[in-house]
Design a binder for this molecule. Sequence first.
Ligand code: ATP
Ligand code: MG
Length: 170
Amino acid sequence: MRALFIGRFQPYHLGHHEVVKRILEEVDELIIGIGSAQESHSLENPFTAGERVLMISKAIEELGAKSRVYIIPLEDIYRNSLWVSHVCSMVPKFDVVYTSNPLVYRLFKEAGFKVLKTTMINRTEYHGTEIRRKMLEGDEWKKYVPKVVAEVIEEIGGIERIKEIAGRDF
Ligand code: ATP
Ligand code: MG
């Protein structure tokens, strides 16, 4: 059985990681779709698709599950009625979709897929928007992401990037 889980992963945090671990206990293979793949260098989407691939693949490697996981970047098509077909054209065949996003749930259900709801884990702290705010404001952020993800973010100068793009014109 192969499952699909989609997010923007800006960044990939411990909430996502726990969901992925739980899905991997239930299925043989998992496709992780990286949404809004074309976006980067903005406050809402600071990291490129490639940087997000790196974060996720290093975290999955630590789980010893690399051979069971496919990480696929997915660009936006800005047309919800066609989005499921777009996703299907980009990823291997899957039997079930896991999501906690109501729109993703609705779109895959309408298209006839089996969709299972995931539970939120410590959402107040494991929340991309909140983690990006902490990065920008100089608060502690590393404890909310897998250690290898923090290493990738530091290696690419991610915090400097966020602070710089939040700045005004010179
Ligand atoms: P943002 O605030 O940027 O939207 P996010 O934390 O919601 O960040 P997404 O990439 O949007 O991260 O999430 C991908 C999927 O993971 C979504 O379906 C989202 O609901 C789910 N998710 C996000 N945070 C958690 C969490 N703490 N526990 C379980 N699922 C989560
Ligand atoms: Mg979200």
